[in-house]
Design a protein around this ligand. Structure first.
Ligand code: PLP
Ligand code: SF4
Length: 346
């Protein structure tokens, strides 16, 4: 077994295991974990400095996840944009290909927490083949985004097989992989994996760093190996209350990403997903942070701040000065021009 597989076996998956490291209310956390699974890698656990810090908040279950907040489990309407179970097809030229339903660590703020890590939703090889078939039958799809779950939890061989099948489709120009393992399980980025990936260029990898404390030496080495294999690296950060919604924290994060050869791509407003309300900041906060970055760091280090509109209406980039207030809501314009009233409460 490889080191990364051993590390996965040593993850913390129950509140009782967590209680061996930190004083936690086991019963309260068990109620959360029954609904939304927990998994913390040894590497990520080692980044926790104290209870409630930004790393803790991202990976330790919180009873607030069970609040009846009236929010939908699938705010982006992905289930309805799914021609086959493994595909979400919202934009004509791009398709999300959900090839995995597991992650090295389960983020408490995950927008797909309705299904990620939940056994009943595992992705079968047949569903993967159906996805490849769908992409093959739709010549408008030029850009395939492997996502999940985390595609890099698959074996090198399985991943190589899927990538080879995609590369045999003439109209697929670009392949992108979305993965958080450089952050939570950097051991996964082996030379062997990089040798597999580099056969399928142009290949891009978007990773998911949210806080400067995640920029460890091991993460930097993992990103360096990917970059040395010619893989262009981007980063998608989620704006998280109490984790990274401070201009100084975000500035340190984006500068640190540039140092480890990762270009900041998106800063996502938290989706309106059930069980994640305690992580949501107001749109004004994101815009303030963006404005502060503008005066401080290179344009290359500034991500686009995007809101994914409810109902699958698409991503809207926000820029300072854009926001139209409507009392407690904001008026946003969808990519097709439709005006959307977006809830923006605290
Ligand atoms: C975000 C997203 C994409 C990719 O969007 P880019 O802006 O090109 O990175 C594709 N499909 C879906 C369903 C998405 O949500
Ligand atoms: S790694 Fe991504 S898909 Fe997995 S739990 Fe975190 S946010 Fe969700």
């Amino acid at each position: 077994m490889e080191l990364w597989q051993q590390q996965l076996k040593q993850c913390i998956t129950t509140p009782a295991q967590l209680a061996e490291h930190f004083p936690v209310d086991v019963a309260a956390l068990e109620a959360v974990v029954e609904r939304y699974p927990m998994r913390i890698t040894p590497h990520y656990l080692g980044l926790i400095r104290e209870i409630g810090d930004p790393i803790w908040k991202q990976c330790v279950p919180d009873p607030a996840e069970l609040l009846a907040d009236g929010l939908p489990a699938d705010p982006l309407n992905e289930e309805h944009l799914s021609p086959v179970p493994s595909i979400v097809h919202r934009y004509p030229d791009r398709a999300l290909f959900l090839v995995s339903n597991v992650c090295a660590a389960y983020c408490r703020f995950c927008t797909r927490k309705r299904k990620v890590g939940c056994g009943g939703h595992s992705v079968s090889f047949g569903e993967i083949l159906d996805g490849i078939d769908y992409i093959g039958r739709n010549p408008r799809i030029k850009d395939v985004l492997l996502s999940g779950g985390d595609p890099l939890l698959m074996s090198d061989r399985m991943l190589g097989d899927i990538l080879a099948r995609l590369r045999r489709i003439p109209h697929v120009e670009v392949i992108r992989i979305g993965s958080r393992v450089p952050v939570t399980l950097p051991e996964r980025i082996t030379e062997e994996l990089c040798r597999t990936l580099r056969q399928f260029h142009p290949l891009y990898l978007n990773t998911h760093f949210n806080h400067p404390a995640e920029l460890t030496a091991a993460a930097a080495e993992a990103c360096g190996r990917l970059a040395d294999a010619g893989i262009a690296l981007g980063n998608q950060t989620v704006l998280l209350a109490g984790v990274n919604d401070e201009p100084a924290v975000m500035a340190e994060l984006v500068r640190g990403l540039m140092r480890i050869r990762v270009r900041p791509y998106y800063l996502h407003q938290m989706d309106l997903t059930a069980g994640t309300g305690h992580f949501r900041s107001r749109l004004e906060r994101g815009l303030e942070i963006l404005a502060a970055l503008g005066g401080e760091v290179s344009g290359m280090a500034i991500p686009q701040y995007v809101v994914d509109l409810p109902g699958g209406k698409g991503k809207v980039p926000l820029v300072p000065g854009y926001l139209e207030r409507l009392g407690e809501s904001a008026l946003l314009r969808a990519p097709d021009g439709e005006r959307i009233v977006y809830p923006n409460g605290d």
